[in-house]
Design a protein around this ligand. Structure first.
Ligand code: 13P
Length: 269
């Protein structure tokens, strides 16, 4: 349990023109340099033994169009950059899609797959999400695999059954704590201002870990990070992140403000 270092990830979704995205990333980079005690003009390379002063890993996932510039903006800090989706193939005739290898090539370390907005808007199935996660692993990226029930499923008492099915169908059997992160995002809590209570979220996270145990074995399950997402804000982050099976947050709206995102990261234990 102790080895699970919290991960605070910002999912910018389809937000940000070039100037907005660069300003946001530069604001975070500046805070990160201050916390690390690095000079503001630190060189692009961070010595591996310099700890990020925050008690967590920090990740931003901008739109594809901004990734190259955001990687440059956070150079010299330990802030990681990720994509919001990837295609299952390495290359080929897939107009409009982006391969995991392309993200890796730009300096990404993570990619989100199976976000509920992609499951809903692009009809992504559990199987489609799993092959995207496998593509991420092939490319050397960490896959952040999202699961979560809709409001109707919740009202029907199906929350645990839905997330168990999504985990079984979306997580590659070769997943390890180093290659996969799970994100539990109840659909009814995304962008609504409604949040699962810490106790509700903890119960679902524990159920997810049980499912990971059945799928991957106890060592992988106990080491794998499970993030909570859905209206995480500075005001509710500490309580959520204080739960034993909540290992970080996947943050939408609040990740678009430097101070809010940093306050959430600072709340990680
Ligand atoms: P909000 O934090 O805006 O609710 O979004 C959560 C989310 O979907 C992150 O992936």
């Amino acid at each position: 349990m102790d080895q699970r270092r919290p991960l605070i990830a910002g999912n910018w979704k389809m937000n940000g023109l070039l100037a907005d995205g660069v300003a946001l990333a530069e604001g975070l980079a500046e805070l990160s340099r201050q916390h690390d005690g690095l000079p503001p003009d630190a060189a692009a390379e961070v010595p591996p033994d310099v700890p990020l002063a925050l008690p967590c890993d920090v990740l931003v996932c901008p739109p594809f169009t901004l990734i190259d510039r955001i990687v440059q903006a956070v150079a010299g800090t330990k802030i990681a950059v990720g994509g919001q989706d990837c295609h299952e193939k390495v290359s080929g005739a897939h107009t409009g899609d982006v391969a995991a290898e392309m993200l890796k090539d730009l300096g990404c370390r993570y990619v989100i797959v199976g976000h509920s907005e992609r499951r809903a808007d692009h009809l992504e199935t559990d199987h489609a999400v799993r092959v995207k996660a496998e593509a991420a692993l092939r490319a050397g990226l960490v896959a952040i695999i999202c699961v979560g029930e809709t409001e109707a499923e919740r009202d029907a008492g199906q929350t645990e059954a839905v997330v168990a099915r999504q985990i079984a169908g979306s997580v590659p059997p070769v997943a390890t704590p180093a290659t996969v992160v799970v994100a539990y995002e109840p659909v009814w809590a995304i962008g609504t201002g409604k949040t699962a209570t810490p106790e509700e979220a903890q119960a679902v996270h524990a159920r997810i870990r049980k499912e990971l145990d059945a799928l991957l074995g106890s060592a992988a399950a106990s080491g794998m990070r499970i993030l909570y997402g859905g209206s995480v804000k500075p005001g509710n982050a500490a309580e959520l992140l204080g739960q034993p099976d909540i290992d970080g947050a996947l943050v939408g709206g609040a990740s678009l403000k430097v101070e809010d995102f940093w306050a959430i990261a600072a709340a990680a234990k």
